[in-house]
Design a binder for this molecule. Structure first.
Ligand SMILES: [Zn+2]
Length: 112
């Protein structure tokens, strides 16, 4: 059995602003905190919050209780947000010798 591990290139990158297009948190917008290329998932700020029990640890001054934290969602459930158009499909364009991501609607570059 051969499993070719192709390096997947995702159009979503860290610190992008994305909108959730489906699932429990549909409609939410947030900043991409982390990408998990192998699983095809992203961690988006304030999206898919799950409660986590924290054990008290007096030595480290942790009180314990319930903390909330983000959990990863499928990259296919989010869309990059264009400042003018909202969530859009991403196109690619060559600017000089650099390939940049552009908004498919208005053509603006989506690189920061
Ligand atoms: Zn646009």
């Amino acid at each position: 059995m051969s499993t070719a591990t192709a390096v997947k290139i995702f159009d979503i990158r860290r610190n992008d602003t994305v909108k959730v297009m489906s699932g429990r948190d549909k409609g939410k917008e947030g900043r991409v905190l982390r990408i998990f290329p192998d699983e095809g998932k992203v961690l988006v700020e304030h999206v898919m919050m799950v409660k986590k029990h924290v054990r008290p640890n007096p030595q480290r001054n942790i009180r314990g209780g319930i903390a909330e934290q983000e959990s990863p969602i499928s990259i296919s459930n989010v869309q990059l947000v264009c400042g003018t158009c909202g969530p859009v499909r991403i196109g690619h364009e060559l600017r000089g010798d650099r390939k940049v991501r552009v908004c498919k609607k208005c053509g603006t570059t989506l690189e920061k």
